[in-house]
Design a protein around this ligand. Sequence first.
Ligand code: EPU
Length: 331
Amino acid sequence: MFDLTPYNTFGLQVSSTAGYVISSKSDLRHITDADVLILGQGSDILLTEDIEGMVLIDNIKFCEISDEDDCYVVKVGGGNILDELIAKLVDLGISGLENLSAIPGTMGAAPVQNIGAYGVEIGKYIEDVECFNLISREVEHFSHEQCQFGYRTSYFKEHKEHKLFIMEVTLKLPKGFHPVLSYQGIREQEFASPKALRSKVVELRKQKLPDPKEIGNAGSFFKNPTVDAQTYQKLKARFPDLPAYPNAEGSYKLAAGWLIDRAGCRGITHGKAGTWEQQALVLVNRGGAKPHEIVALARYVRAEVQHMFDLALEPEVRIFGSHGEISWEQL
Ligand code: EPU
């Protein structure tokens, strides 16, 4: 048995039949089974039961920075902790990723979800992703276009059947400091350096989001739902203070945290699971929660939002059962 408690930030006590920590690209040559679950820090997943099978932990750590004419090219192992990389980059005065500060997770996981915060998504800076295909046992490269980045999604998330282990990510970070300051909290403020902006983002996240080292959680549990203009207008008439962000194609992104809050689910506790007091979109393990308690709470929150707004929230976290990834409907 392989204990997965340290490899899921919800801190749920689950295990798998076997597990290997992959520390170098060559370690992958010894893995002959393609029917595996690949994890980094496990910061965006919900493990609903013990895993029947092998888990591979991406722990490939290296970082090479080269100074090109107009940009820095940064090659990092999939096991590097994203936030440690950002700290290192801002210390060197290299900018681009500071809005993503303090997001838990590894570099290998970052492109899968195309993680984002405060108006920046990592995909914007990804040039190439190098994977080991566990089925064909070949190394494969994905260009920025081939990664097919979308809101919290990518080729890797849509094609999990391909069993791609992300070994290396290449980032291209333009020189100069061009901060993205469109988001509330950092808007209309001046930052002298990438380091100063990073400090502010860290402070903002600390106010709103629980640190998984102290309170088990997986960040936003649900995605912000997108609705068409007509649905938005109807909701806006009923709830004049509804926060919404217009999308380019005329639809609107709504704030799931607000919907959950308004449905009366902020700061609630069910058994040992709960929703975070400062951000209702984050489900937390209040200590010793079992997977089924998180699942029951997620179902309850979803039902309350459905009842009040007639909207179905979709999970942002990836959900795994004993035999692999499952959809909300299969739960
Ligand atoms: N709100 C409430 N009550 C709540 C929570 C939020 O009224 O309990 C309101 C806020 O006041 C705000 C709006 O809802 O008007 C949006 O909330 P917030 O600004 O906290 O951002 P979010 O849309 O909930 C997204 C990402 C976060 C990311 C932040 C910052 C998703 C699903 N979530 O949250 O990402 O950190 O923006 O950019 O896209 C994650 O993916 O795990 C994650 C934490």
